[in-house]
Design a protein. Structure first.
Length: 437
């Protein structure tokens, strides 16, 4: 069965009939001739012409070249660098050496490439309009007269109000923020006498990493005395607190014992009946029975509390009268102290500038107390002779913050890591109970 082929898509060869060797005649021979070899030869010839010319027509000098300076060891030395080229470069390299044909049959002289030339303006002459303007200005005739007028408002202050601005009665007017009076005032230092403390104080010789023996000994003795005083105060406070707790416990025990004795005596008095006691017949020891207090017992307790309150009031009044009697003595002491201060010579400004924050007139400015100063002291066994083995002491951030507090710039604050949220209570409304038929 013969194969069915499409008439549109073929093999690309010239159409021809089937071989019929039985046909004779010149016409049939010319019609059924096979020209595939001729077409293949013509295609090869065209490809050679495109690549630069027919190979058989070229001389040997054009086809071959003798390499006298080539190095055959390059491929062995650099095998990885010799790579295959890109396919795109290979396609672009296959270009025809024949110039393309022009699509225009009769190129005219008046036609161009469509790019218009830019007209150059002359810069060596002045336009007539500008020349007339310069002449009028030279004669003193100015078209626009500018007059300098002083401003009626502060340029750097509040925004000026104009009449043309629309006034809206429904919207509230925004008022400028009022600055507090204390913003322009000088901050009050916490030092004694309100002395000005430098922002960064100059450390003395005792603060050095390699100090002199005299400076270090003086500072070490001073800090040791401060530490001993603080420890002694702490021990005294603990001892006083312990004595107070012991006295309170002793007084509470004595009050309980006295109340128990009073209750027992009342119980013995009330339990007697017809000449014999209730506890004599029982061989076992009598136990205290919890019973309700009688009105007589309550009245006795009220009288005792009232007597204690009166005793406390009398003691307080006695102490107050003693203080009133010492008013004159206190006034005399204050006056003598002020006179002694007046006799002290006033120091110069340089001494005032050297004021430190060791002694302050107040330790609290605001709600919280001033943080204590860090103890920057190296013990004798920690002193190093080599600068390479030194360890830095102190914290610049804490020192700067405490300096701002001591100079009265800001108040001391406490770090609050979490903000306190408002407590909310969720309830369910029983609206279904309000339903009425």
């Amino acid at each position: 069965m013969p194969a069915i082929k499409s008439q549109i898509t073929g093999s690309g060869e010239a159409p021809k009939q089937f071989n019929q060797p039985s046909r004779k005649g010149k016409k049939a021979w010319r019609k059924n001739i096979d020209v595939t070899a001729v077409e293949h030869g013509l295609e090869e010839l065209n490809e050679e012409i495109i690549r630069g010319g027919v190979i058989c027509e070229k001389s040997s000098s054009e086809l071959f070249a003798i390499d006298l300076e080539g190095d055959s060891k390059i491929s062995k030395k650099f095998p990885k660098l010799i790579k295959k080229g890109l396919k795109a470069d290979e396609i672009l390299a296959q270009r025809s050496s024949i110039p393309p044909l022009s699509l225009r049959k009769r190129p005219g002289k008046k036609t161009g490439d469509g790019i218009l030339t830019v007209k150059r303006q002359r810069t060596d002459w002045v336009p007539h309009k500008e020349l007339q303007h310069l002449r009028r200005v030279a004669d003193g005739h100015h078209s626009i007269a500018v007059q300098a007028v002083d401003a009626t408002y502060d340029v750097w202050g509040a925004r000026p109000t104009t009449i043309n601005e629309a006034v809206h009665d429904l919207l509230p007017t925004s008022e400028p923020v009022k600055q507090p009076k204390s913003l322009n005032q000088r901050p009050i230092s916490l030092a004694i006498g309100g002395k000005v403390i430098a922002a960064v104080q100059k450390p003395t010789g005792g603060y050095s990493y390699n100090p002199l023996f005299t400076d270090y000994e003086a500072r070490l003795s001073e800090e040791s005395a401060k530490a001993l005083d603080a420890e002694q105060k702490r021990v005294d406070a603990e001892r006083i607190e312990k004595q107070r707790q012991e006295a309170a416990a002793r007084s509470a025990a004595e009050a309980e014992a006295a109340e128990e004795r009073a209750n027992m005596s009342e119980w013995e008095e009330d339990s007697e009946w017809e000449g014999f006691q209730s506890g004599v017949e029982d061989e076992r020891p009598g136990t205290k029975r919890p019973q309700r207090k009688t009105p007589a017992q309550r009245n006795r307790i009220k009288r005792r509390k009232e007597e204690e309150r009166l005793a406390k009031h009398k003691a307080a009044m006695k102490q107050k009268r003693a203080q009133e009697q010492r008013i004159q003595e206190i006034a005399t002491e204050i006056q003598a102290r002020e006179q002694s201060k007046a006799l002290i010579p006033v120091k110069d400004s340089d001494a005032d500038n050297e004021a430190n924050d060791e002694k302050l007139r107040r330790r609290q400015l605001g709600k919280y107390k001033l943080p204590e100063k860090d103890l920057e002291l190296v013990l004798p066994d920690e002193l190093e002779e080599s600068l390479r083995r030194l360890k830095p002491e102190g914290n610049l951030l804490r020192d700067r913050y405490r300096s701002v507090l001591v100079r009265g710039k800001v108040e001391s604050r406490r770090h609050i890591p979490f903000k306190k949220q408002a407590k909310r209570k969720a309830t369910e409304k029983w609206t279904h109970k309000d339903f009425v038929l």
